[in-house]
Design a protein around this ligand. Sequence first.
Ligand SMILES: *Cc1c(COP(=O)(O)O)cnc(C)c1O
Length: 367
Amino acid sequence: MSKLNETVLEIDLSALEHNYYFLRSKLNSSTKFMGIVKASGYGSDPLIIAKKLAALKVDALAVAYAAEGVQLRKAGIQLPILVLHPQVANVELLIEYCLEPSIYSPRILKAFCQAAKNSGQNEYPIHLKFNTGLNRLGFCENDVEYIAKEIKSSKAVMIKGIFSHLAASEDAAEKEFTQRQIAGFEKIVKDAEAAFGPIPIKHLLNTSGILNYPEAQWDMVRSGIGLYGYGNDPAIDPLLKPVVSLRTIISQLHAIEPNESVGYNRAYRSQGSRTTATLPLGHADGIGRHYGNGRASVIIHGKKAPIIGNVCMDMLMVDVTGIECREGDEVTIFGKEQSAEVFAAYANTISYELITSISSRVKRVYK
Ligand SMILES: *Cc1c(COP(=O)(O)O)cnc(C)c1O
């Protein structure tokens, strides 16, 4: 890579490939793999990630909302795309762009079946989503009969998949709860197949499900965070590689005298003489104020430099006292030197939130 001269989010597709093969190695060879590219590919670049996943021969992709699927289709992605949380207002759009809806409620079922009929569809593939304990989206287990009645009258749609989502697959303390979700899904599958006949793709596991409950892999798994390099488990993280790294440079160094202040509201007060570095990124780039005032550190020449004072919109200041560095030197916010999981933990959050909040102002570069 050429020398850094501004803030960038580096995207490493060889890391994506590594993580994909690592996750695949945990699965039966016949199990299908759905790559999750919602929220702009977990904050990276949905098109680049989708194209790489297609080249790696994943079986399907998933996004949260219809517009995300439309963006992939317009870029020429031909894999099946599941839309996890479609809205009634978008049912025609789903059909127009060959996107497979998650059907999670009577309301979306009715709207989608009507739209499929109106546009003359024949056996349009849908996935039924059941709630087994997350209590977020999905039919309840005794809705099977109702769904059967609603669908059987029409040849417009075909049940390609049935799925549910685990609430705490990363949490060993919730093993019993997870096993109840798995058993609940098993029963729903039995009832649904009795009502509809065989359903081709039954799927339940997210990344931590793959790692902790591979016995419940059914016909397909849905992985997001693992592909991007995080396993919700300190024992797994070293085996994965971060796909995104946030890097910047030192804009300016300041020598601060004792009893001076740094930044807005004079939130930092110097005890002794300090050297501070101003970095060209701030809360408008996705590094929020909750990382400020000593909570988080960045990495400069392998050393930790704490963020001091309040994070500004376009800048933040770090204490580099004792670190040999110059203006223009490289700084890592998160990446190989300090994982996004570690940086996120400084602000009591998780890798998922941190990597999906790096704003579009930050230039994406590819490795
Ligand atoms: C986001 C999402 C996933 C992916 O979860 P990871 O923990 O990132 O692997 C899988 N299934 C559903 C329904 C999701 O919303």
